[in-house]
Design a binder for this molecule. Structure first.
Ligand code: FMN
Length: 199
Protein backbone atom coordinates (compact mmCIF):
# COMPACT_ATOMS: atom_id res chain seq x y z
CA UNK A 1 0.00 0.00 0.00
CA UNK A 2 1.22 3.49 -0.76
CA UNK A 3 2.49 5.22 2.41
CA UNK A 4 0.09 8.16 2.23
CA UNK A 5 -2.77 5.68 1.94
CA UNK A 6 -1.56 3.84 5.07
CA UNK A 7 -1.52 7.10 7.03
CA UNK A 8 -4.90 8.16 5.69
CA UNK A 9 -6.54 4.83 6.46
CA UNK A 10 -5.10 4.38 9.92
CA UNK A 11 -7.67 4.56 12.63
CA UNK A 12 -8.39 2.43 15.64
CA UNK A 13 -10.47 -0.68 14.95
CA UNK A 14 -12.53 -2.14 17.79
CA UNK A 15 -14.54 -4.79 16.00
CA UNK A 16 -12.75 -7.79 14.49
CA UNK A 17 -13.75 -10.87 12.55
CA UNK A 18 -13.20 -14.22 14.23
CA UNK A 19 -10.45 -15.13 11.77
CA UNK A 20 -6.77 -15.94 12.30
CA UNK A 21 -3.90 -13.89 10.93
CA UNK A 22 -1.51 -15.89 8.72
CA UNK A 23 1.86 -16.46 10.38
CA UNK A 24 3.78 -14.50 7.74
CA UNK A 25 1.75 -11.37 8.49
CA UNK A 26 2.33 -11.77 12.23
CA UNK A 27 6.03 -12.16 11.47
CA UNK A 28 6.03 -8.94 9.44
CA UNK A 29 4.41 -6.99 12.27
CA UNK A 30 6.90 -8.33 14.79
CA UNK A 31 9.84 -7.70 12.47
CA UNK A 32 8.78 -4.08 11.97
CA UNK A 33 8.07 -3.18 15.60
CA UNK A 34 11.72 -2.96 16.75
CA UNK A 35 12.62 -0.76 13.76
CA UNK A 36 11.28 2.24 15.66
CA UNK A 37 13.71 5.04 16.46
CA UNK A 38 15.16 5.22 19.95
CA UNK A 39 17.18 7.81 21.82
CA UNK A 40 20.87 6.91 21.69
CA UNK A 41 19.84 3.64 20.04
CA UNK A 42 18.86 2.56 23.54
CA UNK A 43 16.08 0.32 22.19
CA UNK A 44 14.47 0.12 25.59
CA UNK A 45 11.37 -1.46 24.18
CA UNK A 46 10.17 -5.03 24.13
CA UNK A 47 6.96 -6.71 23.04
CA UNK A 48 4.93 -9.41 24.73
CA UNK A 49 3.01 -11.22 22.03
CA UNK A 50 -0.24 -13.13 22.48
CA UNK A 51 -0.70 -15.01 19.23
CA UNK A 52 -3.77 -17.14 18.57
CA UNK A 53 -6.95 -17.84 20.49
CA UNK A 54 -5.65 -19.59 23.64
CA UNK A 55 -2.94 -17.01 24.30
CA UNK A 56 -5.22 -14.06 23.58
CA UNK A 57 -7.93 -15.55 25.83
CA UNK A 58 -5.38 -15.70 28.64
CA UNK A 59 -4.49 -12.05 28.03
CA UNK A 60 -8.12 -11.01 28.42
CA UNK A 61 -8.68 -13.24 31.45
CA UNK A 62 -6.00 -11.29 33.25
CA UNK A 63 -6.58 -7.75 31.94
CA UNK A 64 -10.35 -7.63 31.48
CA UNK A 65 -11.88 -10.72 33.09
CA UNK A 66 -15.40 -9.32 32.96
CA UNK A 67 -15.04 -8.13 29.39
CA UNK A 68 -16.08 -4.65 30.23
CA UNK A 69 -14.70 -2.78 27.24
CA UNK A 70 -18.12 -2.49 25.65
CA UNK A 71 -16.71 -3.77 22.35
CA UNK A 72 -17.75 -7.41 22.14
CA UNK A 73 -15.93 -8.09 18.86
CA UNK A 74 -12.71 -6.62 20.19
CA UNK A 75 -12.21 -9.99 21.89
CA UNK A 76 -12.07 -11.71 18.46
CA UNK A 77 -8.71 -10.12 17.66
CA UNK A 78 -6.34 -13.08 17.12
CA UNK A 79 -3.23 -11.11 18.04
CA UNK A 80 -2.39 -8.84 20.96
CA UNK A 81 0.97 -7.12 21.23
CA UNK A 82 1.95 -5.44 24.48
CA UNK A 83 4.73 -2.88 23.99
CA UNK A 84 6.82 -2.47 27.13
CA UNK A 85 9.28 0.26 28.04
CA UNK A 86 12.43 -0.07 30.10
CA UNK A 87 13.83 3.08 31.67
CA UNK A 88 17.03 1.37 32.84
CA UNK A 89 18.06 0.72 29.24
CA UNK A 90 18.29 4.51 28.80
CA UNK A 91 20.00 5.15 32.10
CA UNK A 92 22.57 2.45 31.19
CA UNK A 93 23.00 3.63 27.62
CA UNK A 94 23.47 7.30 28.53
CA UNK A 95 25.99 6.39 31.23
CA UNK A 96 28.33 5.05 28.51
CA UNK A 97 31.36 7.19 27.60
CA UNK A 98 29.96 8.70 24.38
CA UNK A 99 27.00 10.15 26.31
CA UNK A 100 28.62 10.57 29.71
CA UNK A 101 25.67 10.88 32.08
CA UNK A 102 27.51 8.77 34.59
CA UNK A 103 25.51 10.11 37.54
CA UNK A 104 22.59 8.08 36.15
CA UNK A 105 20.21 10.84 37.16
CA UNK A 106 16.74 10.70 35.67
CA UNK A 107 16.54 14.48 35.65
CA UNK A 108 18.55 14.72 32.40
CA UNK A 109 15.61 13.70 30.31
CA UNK A 110 13.16 16.45 29.36
CA UNK A 111 10.46 13.82 28.86
CA UNK A 112 10.52 10.04 29.40
CA UNK A 113 12.25 8.89 26.23
CA UNK A 114 11.68 5.22 27.17
CA UNK A 115 7.91 5.66 26.92
CA UNK A 116 8.23 7.84 23.83
CA UNK A 117 10.31 5.28 21.96
CA UNK A 118 7.98 2.49 22.97
CA UNK A 119 5.01 4.51 21.74
CA UNK A 120 6.84 5.06 18.44
CA UNK A 121 7.25 1.30 18.16
CA UNK A 122 3.53 0.94 18.87
CA UNK A 123 2.85 3.28 15.97
CA UNK A 124 4.98 1.11 13.69
CA UNK A 125 2.76 -1.84 14.68
CA UNK A 126 -0.40 0.16 13.95
CA UNK A 127 0.85 1.31 10.54
CA UNK A 128 2.14 -2.14 9.58
CA UNK A 129 -1.27 -3.61 10.40
CA UNK A 130 -2.93 -1.15 8.04
CA UNK A 131 -0.36 -1.84 5.34
CA UNK A 132 -1.23 -5.55 5.56
CA UNK A 133 -4.97 -4.89 5.26
CA UNK A 134 -5.48 -5.53 8.98
CA UNK A 135 -6.82 -3.22 11.66
CA UNK A 136 -5.57 -2.50 15.16
CA UNK A 137 -6.49 -0.81 18.42
CA UNK A 138 -4.07 0.66 20.93
CA UNK A 139 -5.70 0.58 24.33
CA UNK A 140 -4.84 0.93 27.99
CA UNK A 141 -4.10 -1.98 30.30
CA UNK A 142 -5.65 -0.96 33.57
CA UNK A 143 -4.67 -4.05 35.54
CA UNK A 144 -0.96 -3.55 35.06
CA UNK A 145 0.04 -5.18 38.34
CA UNK A 146 -1.98 -8.30 37.59
CA UNK A 147 -0.65 -8.33 34.03
CA UNK A 148 2.97 -8.15 35.12
CA UNK A 149 2.49 -10.83 37.71
CA UNK A 150 0.58 -13.21 35.44
CA UNK A 151 3.05 -12.99 32.57
CA UNK A 152 6.32 -12.81 34.48
CA UNK A 153 7.16 -9.22 33.54
CA UNK A 154 10.09 -7.92 35.63
CA UNK A 155 9.50 -5.00 37.98
CA UNK A 156 11.72 -2.66 35.90
CA UNK A 157 9.61 -3.19 32.74
CA UNK A 158 6.47 -1.14 32.09
CA UNK A 159 3.73 -2.21 29.69
CA UNK A 160 2.56 1.06 28.11
CA UNK A 161 -0.70 -0.40 26.77
CA UNK A 162 -1.75 -3.12 24.37
CA UNK A 163 -2.43 -3.43 20.67
CA UNK A 164 -5.18 -5.74 19.42
CA UNK A 165 -4.70 -6.70 15.77
CA UNK A 166 -7.10 -8.48 13.43
CA UNK A 167 -9.36 -8.36 10.44
CA UNK A 168 -11.72 -5.39 10.76
CA UNK A 169 -15.40 -6.16 10.56
CA UNK A 170 -17.13 -4.26 7.76
CA UNK A 171 -19.44 -2.84 10.43
CA UNK A 172 -16.57 -1.34 12.48
CA UNK A 173 -17.00 2.39 12.93
CA UNK A 174 -14.52 5.15 13.77
CA UNK A 175 -13.82 6.06 17.36
CA UNK A 176 -16.90 7.41 19.17
CA UNK A 177 -14.68 10.19 20.50
CA UNK A 178 -14.40 11.53 16.98
CA UNK A 179 -18.10 12.47 17.05
CA UNK A 180 -17.80 13.98 20.51
CA UNK A 181 -14.71 16.11 20.02
CA UNK A 182 -14.09 16.06 16.25
CA UNK A 183 -10.71 16.31 14.56
CA UNK A 184 -8.94 19.54 15.49
CA UNK A 185 -8.41 21.74 12.44
CA UNK A 186 -4.88 22.03 11.11
CA UNK A 187 -4.93 25.77 11.83
CA UNK A 188 -5.27 24.94 15.51
CA UNK A 189 -2.64 22.21 15.62
CA UNK A 190 0.16 23.65 13.45
CA UNK A 191 2.10 26.65 14.73
CA UNK A 192 4.43 28.23 12.22
CA UNK A 193 7.61 29.55 13.79
CA UNK A 194 5.82 30.95 16.85
CA UNK A 195 2.97 29.73 19.00
CA UNK A 196 0.56 32.49 17.95
CA UNK A 197 1.15 31.98 14.22
CA UNK A 198 -1.25 29.22 13.37
CA UNK A 199 -1.78 27.31 10.21
C1 FMN B 1 -2.38 6.35 24.52
C2 FMN B 1 -3.70 5.92 23.92
C3 FMN B 1 -4.59 5.21 24.70
C4 FMN B 1 -5.80 4.79 24.15
N1 FMN B 1 -6.63 4.03 24.92
C5 FMN B 1 -7.77 3.57 24.38
C6 FMN B 1 -8.60 2.69 25.13
O1 FMN B 1 -8.26 2.31 26.27
N2 FMN B 1 -9.74 2.26 24.56
C7 FMN B 1 -10.10 2.64 23.29
O2 FMN B 1 -11.15 2.22 22.82
N3 FMN B 1 -9.32 3.46 22.54
C8 FMN B 1 -8.17 3.92 23.05
N4 FMN B 1 -7.34 4.72 22.29
C9 FMN B 1 -7.74 5.08 20.93
C10 FMN B 1 -8.23 6.51 20.82
O3 FMN B 1 -9.55 6.58 21.31
C11 FMN B 1 -8.16 6.94 19.37
O4 FMN B 1 -6.84 6.89 18.93
C12 FMN B 1 -8.70 8.36 19.16
O5 FMN B 1 -10.08 8.42 19.46
C13 FMN B 1 -8.48 8.84 17.73
O6 FMN B 1 -9.10 7.95 16.83
P1 FMN B 1 -8.30 7.16 15.68
O7 FMN B 1 -7.04 6.64 16.28
O8 FMN B 1 -9.25 6.09 15.26
O9 FMN B 1 -8.00 8.15 14.60
C14 FMN B 1 -6.13 5.13 22.81
C15 FMN B 1 -5.21 5.82 22.03
C16 FMN B 1 -4.00 6.20 22.56
C17 FMN B 1 -3.03 6.94 21.67
Amino acid sequence: MEFQEVVRRRRMVRSFEDRPIPADLVRRILANAPRAPSAGYSQGFSFIVFDGKPEVARFWEVTDPERRSGWSDLYNAPLVVVPCSEKDAYIDRYARPDKGWTDRSETHWPVPYWDIDTAMAAMVVLLTAVDLGLGALFFGIFRTTEFKQAFGVPERVTPIGAIAVGWPRATDRPSPSLKIVGRRPRTEVIHRGRWEQRG
